[in-house]
Design a protein around this ligand. Structure first.
Ligand code: UDX
Ligand code: UDX
Length: 477
């Protein structure tokens, strides 16, 4: 079956960039990205490309080339499903907050809703592709909803509908999503029906070499996605645990990473110690794995993976505690500059960002935070911290009592360091690498501290400027 018309439900960090790249590479395929969120769709259709709902290097250029040619964004969910021969499901699957599996299992209500919509509005044969990361055996849920639609179609003598369900997990990493999609390490397609698998493979073959397209069964594909994220997150918790040991013993975690990474069995990637992993996937996917292991009677497996998340939380708390300790055990009346709020550089995404917990802890200790991020909006930070931004007119009255446990936002770096007691680097944005620490030192209140959780600052420059310096995993300072 040659695919001519694709509908993608969910115009988020996964659906948007993925469909943009397919549109760019397959000019003869019509692609409709649909979403229930009207505001988001408006932004995707904005004439001003800097207003796109997500920031991803290279994305604006592709949108400019393809939008309204073979790539369309709308809220017309029913109509676009009806026209499609392939429907991608890219809706969010957050961790359940209540009920069975609360705190661990994924909430599949939106995926289920999508399956019902496809069952109702599709025509003829439709291939459904799971793009969202889903717990193993979700395809069964989708299939049973679709089967019911097929049967009721027969009973009521409606146009007969047929379906195939495929799993095609996304391995893109935010901040480098376009490059990851254009040059993937592999594309994974899981399914039962070889013809359906080949229909999807044919799309990727427009630009991905055949040997990189892996075919497998649907369960292995679903589990491979969870496992890939769990392994990556595990590496970060492993190196972060070693960073604490380095600080205690006088070793340097960067040297340890370099030494172990040159073992080709270990490899160099994902060995950067940081403030703790964030992002929408790692924690959620591991908790999903924990839930599955428990469900299938494997408590030791569950405990093993849960420890990766626990270590991450401990590590974030460890950082806020050591900041407080170095600032004489109290942050009351102290101004702290936070450099970076996104969960990593080159994205405006803050989901599960280590900055959220660390900033909350510092506010709890009474600090006054001035937060800078080149791409994250103050509104997003308000939502994440569950605390309204401090009004500028209040800052001007310079009353420390009012500023205590409050935060404000800075658009640029020019004047934020004045009278600050500490600077904490939480995201590895390039602009922070070229800060002149001599100038900063002249503005800060001494004794002043620089805390670098991302290893992007040259310690020597900072120390020569008369500032105290702490860097993650550096026991030699
Ligand atoms: C990702 C992935 O798809 C998922 O695998 C991962 O596990 C977490 O999130 P992402 O694109 O990052 O999704 O999520 P998000 O940016 O929240 O986008 C999801 C979109 O789906 C939202 O715009 C939401 O409005 C939309 N949606 C949700 C629908 O259109 N219909 C629904 O029923 C539910
Ligand atoms: C991840 C997976 O990499 C991707 O394959 C999957 O599809 C979605 O989840 P993403 O969350 O976008 O991608 O970013 P990633 O680059 O994996 O970083 C996740 C977190 O780990 C970030 O907070 C990052 O700063 C942190 N990290 C990453 C480290 O602390 N050290 C590292 O060495 C690498």
């Amino acid at each position: 079956m040659k695919i001519k018309n694709i509908c993608c439900i969910g115009a988020g960090y996964v659906g948007g960039p993925t469909m943009a790249v397919i549109a760019e590479k397959c000019k003869d395929i019509i692609i409709n990205v649909v979403d229930v969120n009207e505001e988001r769709i408006k932004k995707w259709n904005s004439d001003h490309l800097d207003e796109l709902p997500i920031y991803e290097p290279g994305l604006d250029e592709i949108i400019k080339n393809c939008r309204d040619k073979n790539l369309y964004f709308s809220n017309l969910i029913e109509e676009k499903i009806a026209q499609a021969d392939m429907v991608f499901i890219s809706v969010n699957t957050p961790t359940k907050k209540k009920g069975l599996g609360a705190g661990k299992a994924s909430n599949l209500k939106w995926v289920e809703e999508c399956a019902r919509q496809v069952a109702k509005f599709s025509n003829g044969h439709t291939i459904i592709v799971e793009k969202s990361t889903l717990p193993v055996r979700t395809a069964e849920v989708i299939k049973s909803i679709l089967d019911e639609a097929k049967n009721s179609g027969k009973r009521n003598d409606f146009t007969s509908k047929t379906f195939d369900v495929l799993s095609n997990p996304e391995f893109l990493s935010e901040g480098s999503a376009i490059n990851d999609l254009v040059n993937p390490d592999r594309v994974l397609i899981g399914g039962d029906n070889p013809e359906a698998i080949e229909s999807l493979a044919a799309i990727y073959k427009y630009w991905v070499p055949e040997e990189k397209i892996l075919r497998t069964n649907i369960w292995s594909s679903e589990l491979a996605k969870l496992t890939a994220n769990a392994f990556l997150a595990q590496r970060i918790s492993s190196i972060n645990s070693i960073s604490a040991l380095c600080e205690a013993t006088g070793a340097d975690v960067r040297e340890v990473s370099r030494a172990i990474g040159s073992d080709s069995r270990i490899g160099t990637k994902f060995l950067d110690s940081g403030p703790g992993f964030g992002g929408s996937c790692f924690k959620k996917d591991i908790l999903n794995l924990v839930y599955l292991a428990d469900f299938f009677g494997l408590p030791e497996v569950a405990t093993f993976w849960e420890s990766v998340v626990k270590l991450n939380t401990w590590h974030q708390n460890r950082i806020s505690q050591l900041i407080t300790k170095n600032l004489f055990g109290t942050l009351s009346n102290k101004k702290i500059i936070i450099l970076g709020f996104a969960f990593k550089a080159n994205t405006n995404d803050t989901r599960e960002s280590a900055a959220i917990q660390i900033c909350k802890d510092l506010l709890e200790e009474g600090a006054y935070l001035v937060i800078h991020d080149p791409k994250v909006s103050p509104r997003q930070i308000e939502t994440d911290l569950k605390k309204a931004i401090f009004q500028t007119n209040q800052i001007e009255d310079k009353s420390n009592n009012i500023r205590e446990s409050n935060w404000s936002f800075a658009n640029n770096l020019s004047s934020i360091f004045k009278d600050a007691d500490a600077v904490v680097v939480l995201t590895e944005w390039d602009i922070y690498k070229s800060i002149n620490w001599n100038d900063v030192s002249n503005l800060m209140r001494h004794p002043a501290w620089i805390f670098d959780t991302r290893s992007i600052i040259q310690g020597i420059d900072v120390k020569e400027s008369g500032l105290n310096f702490w860097q993650i995993g550096d026991g030699l300072i």
